[in-house]
Design a protein around this ligand. Structure first.
Ligand code: SAH
Length: 400
């Protein structure tokens, strides 16, 4: 056992199995009783009903997930050195990126990198961190030095502005620079394509890094084609599509006017003429209805909506929304066209997404070939013992 003694709690009989397999969550119902002698957010040891050490993590009495596991090793103390080891391991994985080609990626993906509740994205020399849990908030002061030292970053923005923090009993805060200097816009490269990221005001941490590999995969389908990018945000997919061929035409649609302005800038930044492309601020559902009425047809349609369901109870409504969206998308896709359809709802599985696509096709008497399927890119590693943390699903299909 480590020299530090942590408060202890016990599981109900046989509740240790998934944890021994590497799962990192303990729901309150799995505990024999509510832990005592531990503060909210404090560290705690978990024992089996027979008294064996199972894991060490942090506790929150307020959430369904009572304990999030940090280590399964009884000898491992949760201190600055522990956090540094985890950060080092995360940094080592991202060395696959050649910074001359890609210098924007997720550096720490919460459970996927063994640091539940912490997300850190890297944009060139700037890190943008999000703390999602009370337990990680308590560890945060210890995280700053190794984050700077192990990455060589010149500045860190802490973006604790996600509403999900309220569930943890945490305040929703304004973005704040906690180390070094951070410019208003950070210029980054992704697969050699340039983007400008706003680390304070952009959605999430400024950019949707989890689509990098799908953007790259898209290029081969867009030569000289008419491409419709729905939920385009700052035009990531559109820029890749347009770079494939000067004859390619893209239309980007998003409800956010600032995102659309940024999309135009991204075309300029990559020596593309925004005047030759369309940038439409609109609700995608309305836009698709109208496009269908006008009999407009595209060769490639991209559907990358926000999460339609964040909880199990919202799942069936979400499945309906995916069906409706995919039906609308297919109605403006010519026969033989390519559909890239995505879902970033954690509670919607790959089968659900494929089901929505296939039902939409059936309704329209179209047939679908599944060409490629993806989850996140490698900088969003999935802990194999926790398939429920694989939130993103994306498929390329040909629709006849
Ligand atoms: N494809 C993007 C990320 C999409 S995130 C990329 O690669 O960067 C989802 C986007 O959907 C956000 O930009 C949000 O502004 C937009 N959005 C949400 N609801 C919408 C709606 N009903 N119609 C149009 N855009 C919407």
């Amino acid at each position: 056992m480590s020299s530090v003694r942590y408060p202890t709690t016990s599981l109900k009989p046989h509740r240790e199995e998934s944890l021994l397999g590497g799962h990192l969550w303990i729901f309150s119902g799995a505990l024999q009783q509510a832990p005592r002698w531990v503060e909210a957010g404090g560290l705690i040891d978990v024992k089996s009903s027979t008294g064996q050490f199972v894991a060490r993590g942090y506790y929150n009495p307020q959430t369904d997930i009572a304990i999030r596991i940090l280590t399964h090793d009884p000898e491992e103390e949760i201190d600055a050195e522990f956090l540094r080891r985890r950060i080092r391991s995360a940094v080592a994985l991202r060395r696959v990126f050649d910074p001359d080609i890609t210098n924007a990626y997720r550096l720490i993906q919460s459970e996927g990198d063994g640091l539940p509740g912490l997300v850190v994205d890297r944009y060139a020399d700037v890190l943008v961190a999000q703390v999602h849990t009370l337990g990680m908030e308590r560890l945060w002061p210890l995280l700053l030095p190794p984050l700077l030292e192990e990455t060589g970053a010149k500045g860190i923005v802490l973006r604790n502005d996600s509403q999900s923090r309220r569930r943890e009993g945490l305040a929703v805060e304004e973005p704040v620079v906690v180390a070094g200097e951070v410019p208003e816009k950070v210029l980054v490269r992704e697969n050699g394509v340039q983007f400008e990221v706003d680390p304070r005001e952009g959605q999430k941490t400024g950019f949707f890094l989890d689509q990098r590999d799908k953007r790259e995969a898209l290029r081969k389908y867009t030569h000289g084609k008419r491409v419709l990018n729905c939920f385009s945000y700052t035009g990531g997919f559109s820029v890749y599509a347009a770079l494939a061929d000067p004859e390619t035409h893209t239309a980007s649609v998003d409800v956010s006017a600032p995102a659309m302005e940024a999309a135009r800038q991204h075309f300029l930044l990559n020596d593309l003429d925004p005047g030759k492309h369309a940038f439409i601020v609109a609700d995608v559902f309305d836009y698709l209805e109208e496009a269908r009425r006008r009999d407009e047809q595209f060769d490639v349609v991209i559907l990358d909506p926000p999460a339609f369901a964040k909880t199990q109870s919202a799942r069936s409504q979400a499945l309906k929304a995916y069906r409706r969206l995919n039906t609308l998308g297919m109605q403006v896709l010519r026969a033989g066209g390519i559909l890239l359809s995505c879902s970033c709802s954690g509670v919607v599985g790959m089968d659900d997404l494929l089901g929505a696509i296939s039902m939409s096709a059936q309704r329209l008497h179209r047939s679908v070939q599944l060409l490629e399927s993806y989850t996140h890119s490698l900088d969003h590693p999935i802990n194999l013992a926790m398939p429920e943390t694989a939130y993103l699903k994306a498929v390329f299909c040909r629709v006849e």
